[in-house]
Structure formats: C-alpha cells, structure tokens
Design a protein around this ligand. Structure first.
Ligand code: GLY
Length: 382
C-alpha cells in the first residue's frame, strides 16, 4: 500500500532537473525528500542544455519516437507557465521563461519540404502552425538571414533559461524544511528482496544517463542497479557540444531552428547548438566542431559569425530507443525511475514530476503516463 502523502519519505538519486522537479512536486504534496548526487546539483545534462521547450520541433514528426511522446511533451508544455511561476515565486528569481513562439527556418528546397512535413504532422495532431514567407519572417525576427526561403512559426515552442530554472529549483528546495541535499551516493541496498535507503519509504532513480550504473549494496558487495531491472539498460548516452555568444546587436531575440542547428537567446547569452553524438560521453568541446556549429548557425543569422564567444561546453543527453523517458515503477520492489528524457529533459520536467508524484504518493497512473512505463522495454524483449 502507498504511504500517506503526509508521511512518505522519498530518496531521490540524481539532482538534475528531473530529480529536482520531482523533489519540488513531492515536497509540495507533503512528502519528505532526500536528494543524493555525487556531482554538484544541476551540473549535468540540465546545465549543458539549451532550455528549449519544443514539443512541435522535437516530437511532432520525430521518426521512431514513442507514439505518445508528442502528447506527453504537449502536456508538459501546458504545465510550464504555472511551474515556472511557482518556482520563480518561491526562489525570487527570474527564469527567462517564454511560452513561445519559435521559428523553424528553411534555406533550400529540402529544408522547406521538411517544414511542410512538420506542419502536416502538427495538423494531424490538431496543432496550429503558420508557414511564413521571407518578408513575414524578417518582420518577426530581423536577425534572420536574407537568404531564408520561409519559416514555420511554432506557437507551442517556447523556452526557459535552463541554468536559471535549475538554480532557482535548488534555492527553492533548500528553503524547504522537508527537503535535504546529500553530496554523495545514496546508501542503496537490497534487504529481504526490497531495495531501500535507510529511513526512506521509496526510492526514485533519476540519474540521467548514469541511472543503470547506480550502485546497490547486496551481501556486502556492490552491484549496478541494472541487475534489478534490465529496462534501465535502454538509457543510452547522446553527447552534445555547444557554445554561447554575448547578446549583441543583430542577434535574434527568439529561438531559431534549422535541421539540427538552433540559436536560443537567453537574458544574458545566446546559446548555439548542438551536435548529436550517439553512444558518446563527450567531456569537452572540440574547437573544430564548435567552429563548424558557429558556421552553420551563421547561415541562419549572419551576425553569429562575428559575435563574441562566451563559453563552449559538452554534455550528455540520456536517451532511449523511442526517444521517450522511462517513467514508473521498476521490477525492483521499492524503486521507481524517471530518466531517459533524450532531448526533452527541460520540457518534460513538470509533467514528469506530476506523474511520479501521482504514482509514488497516490498510487495512480493515467492512461498517458502508463505508456511510458519501463515495462514497455521488458515487453519488447520478452
Ligand atoms: N533539446 C536540444 C538538444 O538536446 O540539443
């Protein structure tokens, strides 16, 4: 039986945006929470991200994606305004949140065809988007190159300053008496067939691409968590390299996208991304790769070519084969998972938090949430 929401004590392993958002939601509902991480909170994929909240561009026409991923992304996008307001209020910080729109650009026939495919996919989902001629593009965003053929305006695709939301969540959680941060690994062990962290009622594994490798003590030895549920092995790593430049005249004020390139302006910097490197744990940004990214971004917005570089970095996205997260109970008694958010970790944080709190505190799971259970991978290999 699920513990009463007012007495549950939850151990969360992983202090990225997913672990932090789950902690926030659980604490709001009356649970006590301990958050464990061996790294400083929020310094993994959430820090490396670009903060785009992009259900349309990332999920509407994504080949091979989970059939309900777009619905999950849209549900989370709808939660973002209230989520941002509550974290902003609690922390007293500005999060750079904007509900949209973004512009997807085309500079040749193939890119224009891809925008038409995206528009058609959105129409099938009942979502509006507008195809714009170049003059209309420049009216909305003068920073776009004169070479643009057209654009798709995506009202659903917004953004937030990912580093600001993570810092705000950390500050808001530190102010909660019911939440504790532990700098180190969770003392996770198996006792009488159940996974436990002493003093806690249940455990949430939210350690991004490291989730399967979380350590468990059993009979005095350490084993990886994947031994308790092989579905966790579906979480793979997808490296990414990026850069930021200073906000200078001629740079865009809204998010621009074209193929795999994006330009995401934040209050104090403009982020340009990103490489997509399956199976790679990228730990540094390579100068040639960064120069190539900047060159490709300058095709969208010429002022990028000469903008002052602020920072280059690399990060690792945790992804699954169907590009959707694992959300729910694992095969290990006492253990839940929320991980594998691929390119949508920031976007999916509020809906993940709500789904996990519903499951862990109330024992409920809606029809949409149930389709993201880790059991979908066990079923596929059975
Ligand atoms: N969401 C953008 C990226 O993962 O690069």
């Amino acid at each position: 039986m699920s513990p009463s929401p007012h007495s549950a004590h939850v151990a969360i392993i992983g202090a990225g945006i997913i672990g932090l958002s789950c902690a926030w939601e659980l604490a709001q509902r009356g649970a006590r929470v301990t958050i464990y991480d061996t790294q400083p909170p929020g310094r993994g994929a959430s820090w490396a991200a670009a903060g785009m909240l992009a259900p349309a561009y990332e999920a509407a026409a994504e080949e091979g994606a989970h059939p309900r991923l777009f619905d999950l992304c849209m549900e989370s996008a709808a939660l973002w305004p209230a989520f941002a307001a509550s974290v902003s209020r609690a922390s007293g910080r500005n999060l750079g949140f904007s509900p949209g729109p973004s512009l997807a650009l085309a500079f040749d026939g193939a890119e224009a065809a891809s925008l038409h495919r995206l528009a058609a996919a959105l129409t099938r989902h009942g979502v509006e988007s507008d195809m714009l001629l170049p003059e209309a593009v420049w009216d909305i965003e003068p920073a776009v190159s004169r070479g643009v053929h057209g654009a798709l305006r995506l009202p659903t695709d917004g953004q937030v300053d990912n580093r600001a939301i993570v810092a705000a969540l950390i500050a808001a959680l530190h102010a909660q008496a019911s939440v504790r941060f532990v700098d180190g690994p969770a003392p996770l062990e198996e006792r009488k067939g159940r996974l436990c962290v002493e003093g806690h009622d249940m455990i949430l594994a939210a350690a991004g691409w490291n989730t399967a490798a979380i350590k468990v003590r059993q009979h005095g030895e350490e084993f990886s968590l994947v031994n308790w549920d092989t579905a966790l092995d579906e979480i793979d790593c997808y490296g990414g390299q990026m850069l930021s430049v200073a906000r200078e005249p001629g740079l865009p004020s809204m998010t621009l996208r074209c193929g795999g390139i994006y330009i995401a302006p934040k209050p104090d910097r403009v982020i340009i991304g990103a490489t997509m490197e399956p199976g790679i744990v990228t730990d540094h940004a390579d100068a040639d790769t960064i120069a190539q990214l900047r060159g490709e971004a300058a095709r969208l917005c010429p002022a990028i070519a000469g903008a002052t570089e602020m920072e280059t970095w690399a990060g690792v996205r945790p992804g699954t084969l169907d590009h959707a997260p694992l959300l729910g109970a694992t095969l290990a008694d006492g253990l839940y998972v929320a991980s594998g958010h691929y390119r949508n970790g920031i976007l999916l944080a509020p809906v993940t938090a709500r789904i996990m709190a519903d499951m862990m505190l109330d024992g409920t799971s809606g029809a949409l949430a149930s389709t993201f259970s880790p059991a979908r991978f066990a079923a596929a290999t059975a």
